[in-house]
Design a protein around this ligand. Structure first.
Ligand SMILES: N[C@@H](CCC(=O)N[C@@H](CS)C(=O)NCC(=O)O)C(=O)O
Length: 98
């Protein structure tokens, strides 16, 4: 049976493998923003890997990140969004005004 990925189940979903430095770096950024995320380890799960390639328009690396169902990309894309000041908005983090 073909595996279908549903990215609407959690606000942030990150597909990872163990011993992946880019995955750690991406999670560090999310952790620094105190954002909860669902981590899915794809190591050894061939049907899940195939489904993820389809879901990400052909990306074969990890991490692969989705926010509110929107495909963000990998670690570099996550950091690029933050550098542009757009990540907090996508995460729904509001600036706490005094
Ligand atoms: N530019 C990518 C680099 C990601 C990357 O190279 N990830 C490595 C693991 S740390 C990878 O997926 N290598 C291929 C593999 O493990 O199958 C990003 O920012 O996410």
């Amino acid at each position: 049976m073909e595996y279908v990925i549903d990215t609407s189940t959690h606000k942030v979903i990150i597909f990872t493998k163990e011993s992946c430095s880019y995955c750690t770096k991406a999670k560090n950024l999310l952790d620094s923003k105190k954002v909860d995320y669902k981590e899915i380890d794809i190591e050894g799960k061939e049907d899940l890997k195939r489904a993820l390639v389809l879901k990400t328009n052909g990306s074969t690396t990890v991490p692969q990140i989705f926010i509110k169902g929107e495909y963000i990309g990998g670690c570099d894309s996550l950091y690029a969004l933050d550098a542009k000041g757009q990540l907090d908005e996508k995460l729904g983090l509001e600036e706490k005004l005094q």
